[in-house]
Design a protein. Structure first.
Length: 254
């Protein structure tokens, strides 16, 4: 396919998968349950953090996580007492455990109390064309609190050559202005043009088959390559093609 045929092909797949019916089968359904901005972004961040492995299990555990927070994540983050954190001690999703959960609540409390919240941290550290440095700075701010070293593995750092798939997915949820209403688009201080595609095994394999990616590893260098190609196709909304790449890989076995 030439670039025009490729764009038309991907646009068709975006229209197919960037649709409200996508919500019911995706972890994004959990932040969609909330109305308060802070509840949306905190639930989205926590669910995105555990978004690896079986999607049904991610959703199940994401719902359980919110239940442990009384389905009021912002209120819990800001007003919890140490005894309240005991509710999280037995939470497990793959390698994310109760210790990690308690640390994340404390990290979020520090972010909102000291740094102005999630949107502020990311927006203040964005560059002219990327959010990857902002992700790195976010990790530093998040782990200012006392924590076990093991918990750091749950937040990736693009400056350490990570594709930071889950955080880029979270940022897509928060930033992208989605006419279909799948992505929430509640953050107005960051342009969707700066978003990066959540690069994983599925999207990476499809991107390579379509000639959008040549690098074999799914790392930060591959992400730059893929972003460059997707921004040629649509400079204002490049990450909409995540729906196409993901759908082709997961639902169509492309």
């Amino acid at each position: 396919m030439d670039i025009f045929e490729l764009k038309d092909f991907l646009e068709e797949k975006v229209a197919l998968y960037n649709h409200p019916h996508f919500i019911d089968s995706d972890p994004i359904q959990i932040p969609h349950r909330y109305q308060l901005k802070e509840d949306i972004e905190i639930s989205g961040f926590l669910v995105a953090t555990i978004s690896w492995g079986n999607r049904k299990m991610i959703i199940k555990n994401g719902i359980h996580f919110m239940e442990l927070l009384g389905n009021s994540p912002y209120d819990f983050v800001m007003h919890h007492h140490e005894r309240d954190l005991k509710k999280l001690e037995h939470f497990v999703h793959r390698t994310f455990n109760g210790t990690d959960g308690k640390t994340f609540i404390k990290g979020l409390q520090n972010l909102y109390s000291i740094h102005g919240g999630l949107e502020t941290v990311f927006s203040q550290n964005q560059t002219d064309n990327s959010l990857q440095p902002a992700i790195s700075q976010f990790k530093k701010a998040f782990f200012e609190i006392s924590h076990e070293l093991r918990t750091q593995k749950h937040i990736s750092d693009p400056m350490q050559n990570s594709a930071a798939k889950r955080l880029n997915m979270f940022l897509r949820w928060m930033v992208r202005q989605d006419p279909a209403g799948v992505d929430l688009g509640i953050w107005k201080s960051i342009a969707p043009a700066k978003l990066s595609c959540p690069l994983d095994v599925h999207s990476g394999n499809v991107a390579r088959k379509l000639g959008l990616l040549t690098r074999k590893q799914n790392d930060a260098k591959a992400l730059v390559e893929l972003d460059t190609q997707l921004r040629l196709l649509d400079p204002n909304d490049p990450v909409k093609y995540d729906f196409a790449l993901f759908g082709l890989g997961v639902f169509e076995g492309f």
